[in-house]
Design a protein around this ligand. Sequence first.
Ligand SMILES: [Fe+2]
Length: 248
Amino acid sequence: MSYYKMPILDDSGFVVVDSYDQASDPSEWLDIEYVDWKSSGDTRFSPLASAYGDLECDGFWNHTPPKTDKDGVWVDANVAKSPRLVARAQEPGVNIGRCRVIELQPNSYADAIHNLHIDDNNRLNPDGTGWIVRSFFNLTDDQDSVMILREDKNDPATETRVPLPAGTQAVIDTQRLYHAVWHPGDQPRYCLITSWESAPGLEEWIAARNPKTRVESPTVPEGELAEAQRRAAERAKAEQVPEVMSEA
Ligand SMILES: [Fe+2]
């Protein structure tokens, strides 16, 4: 399969651009309607665009008829309350698939490592079209939180931690990079996540906002690291048990 991919993502799989701080305007994400949708931790989601405009968050391929993660249909009730979020998602002028606000409850670094996953953004995406990537617009001011990105899920040496103060904007190839957020606060974190089709309009949008494909990762305290290592070892051990049993 060959898709159009944006060269700016070749380096690290992500790009951070200039911030857009909307934290003084929280009604746009607090007054919309959320549905329970478990994904990488204790989460709820509020869809602004879904497969067919309903208030639900299932992958577009799980509908009848199934579709790829493009041509999202706006969810009227939510969109009416979040015009600025919608305008921000539309700003590059590229095809939009899933567009929703995630609410994430506080977690630990070990939880986040456990939650690392890649997305299935390009299922059913026709050959020759643009590779679907995702934008993350951090809405709340989460000074101590980070988006954890890894090329290899089990290799901490491949890890980047992108700090998430209010307004942080990143575009990530989440089908390439394992990702999850470590959010040590005491309040939920809110973030707008949009599926965008790679296209020249998106490259121009990125280029106009001081793109950075490398960032300085904040240090993780020793205790958090040790707990994550302990749980990773526990998981590895648990995964070995069925193999041993099958040999018996
Ligand atoms: Fe994801």
